[in-house]
Design a protein around this ligand. Structure first.
Ligand code: PLP
Length: 398
């Protein structure tokens, strides 16, 4: 059975060009870039090129790029660095909708002597800038707010928050794992101090990420060892994956304008068809301020897990929340923060497209979703006019 993959916010397919670029470094070009001989040393040129390709996508300088193992490491490193270098400051500002890579770490600090303010969002998932402003105090060591949300795709006004932080001389970090490669970012004209990205969200393999650190920003490495990454992240470089990420960044840079428009049109078709043809549905997240590839829709009176199961049977991959938190039946903290009513929260499905998504796949998905929801609603004891009927069948044991 062919697969319709609409779970690209969980992970993406490695692009064929990316695979071609990395393969030589997993076979004949296995040298260590730190070696004195030409065989190893020549790899340094490939690392340099990957750094330049990555920097170009971000509008950054190559020396501002630190290669890491993943988005989680980048997020952790940024926040830990800020706290280590500002031992007198004991306050962190973040949001209620962050990925666990930031949220769980900040909460851990909250249990270990720090004060953490989680700024809320409105019903469309948008942050309130005034609330961020009010949360910042002279005791704040870092503000960490994601660029785009993994569940809803909602984009935060990070440039305005970065400016706000800069004017008060406070470090600003953003988790841009979902945004990089999907929407333009330009560090040259930005006040962001640190930014995280992850290879496997933009058609590079898993196990490689980047922490961007603005030139002049004080930085404490999380991994101390060799001189790699100019002493900012010890450990022999994961050359194949770094080369792959460089290539993926180059492809994203070149395709972004065209793909943004194409993918958004497909996303909108999927979303509008579902919302207009299936009763008792809603979109979760701001209509405009959103990644072009993400649609989070809720089906009232149906369990998200049941929808996913039926979709899976038809070869369609989607998600009922963040993949990293699936396996727990906790309702999404993002939808909870947005105040999505329970009956809708439980029936939320995230579709996330990529540059490989086709119109035929979207048409198939629309047909399948309509069919599945009709079937599930028919067997559900809940629904408009059904609640009472379901309860009237209950027999109290005598
Ligand atoms: N931040 C966001 C917004 C994410 O969506 C993810 C992964 O889903 C991460 C961080 C973690 O990235 P990684 O899987 O590379 O550790």
């Amino acid at each position: 059975m062919s697969v319709v993959y609409l779970d690209n916010n969980a992970t993406t397919a490695v692009a064929p060009e990316v695979l071609d670029a990395m393969l030589p470094f997993m076979s004949e070009r296995y040298g260590n870039s730190s070696s004195m001989h030409t065989f190893g040393g020549s790899v340094a040129h490939d690392l340099k090129r990957a750094r330049e390709q990555t920097a170009q996508l971000l509008g950054a300088a190559p020396e501002e790029i630190i290669f890491t193992s993943c988005g989680t490491e980048s997020d952790n490193t940024a926040i830990r660095s800020a706290l280590e270098l500002n031992p007198d400051k004991r306050h962190i500002v973040t949001s209620r909708v962050e990925h666990p890579a930031v949220r769980v770490l900040c909460r851990w600090y909250g249990e270990h002597g720090y004060r953490v303010t989680e700024v809320g969002v409105d019903s469309e998932g948008m942050l309130d800038l005034a609330e961020v402003q009010a949360a910042i105090t002279p005791d704040t060591a870092i503000v960490s707010i994601m660029t785009a949300n993994n569940e809803t795709g909602v984009i935060s006004p990070i440039e305005r928050i970065a400016e706000m932080c800069k004017s008060r001389n406070i470090l600003f970090h953003t988790d841009a794992v979902q945004a990089v490669g999907k929407v333009p970012l330009d560090m040259q004209h930005s006040a962001i101090d640190m930014l995280s990205l992850s290879g496997h969200k933009l058609h590079a393999p898993k196990g490689v990420g980047v922490l961007y650190v603005r030139k002049g920003t004080r930085f404490a490495p999380a991994i101390i060892g060799g001189h790699q990454e100019h002493g900012r992240r010890g450990g022999t470089e994961n050359v194949a994956s770094i080369v792959a990420l460089g290539k993926a960044c180059e492809l994203a840079h070149d395709a972004m304008e065209v793909e943004r428009t194409r993918v958004k049109a497909l996303r909108d078709k999927l979303e509008q068809d579902i919302l207009s043809k299936v009763p008792n549905t809603r979109r979760n997240g701001h209509c405009e301020m959103r990644l072009p590839n993400t649609s989070n829709v809720s089906f009232e009176f149906v369990e998200g897990e049941a929808i996913l199961l039926y979709l899976d049977r038809e070869g369609i991959c989607a998600s009922s929340g963040s993949a990293c938190t699936s396996g727990s039946l906790q309702p999404s903290h993002v939808l909870s923060a947005m105040g999505v009513p329970m009956a809708f929260k439980q029936g939320a499905i995230r579709f996330s497209l990529s540059r490989y998504t086709t119109e035929t796949e979207i048409d198939t998905t629309i047909d399948v979703v309509l069919r599945i929801i009709e079937r599930l609603r028919a067997i559900s004891p809940f629904g408009p006019g059904k609640k009472m009927a379901a309860f009237s069948n209950l027999r109290v044991p005598s």
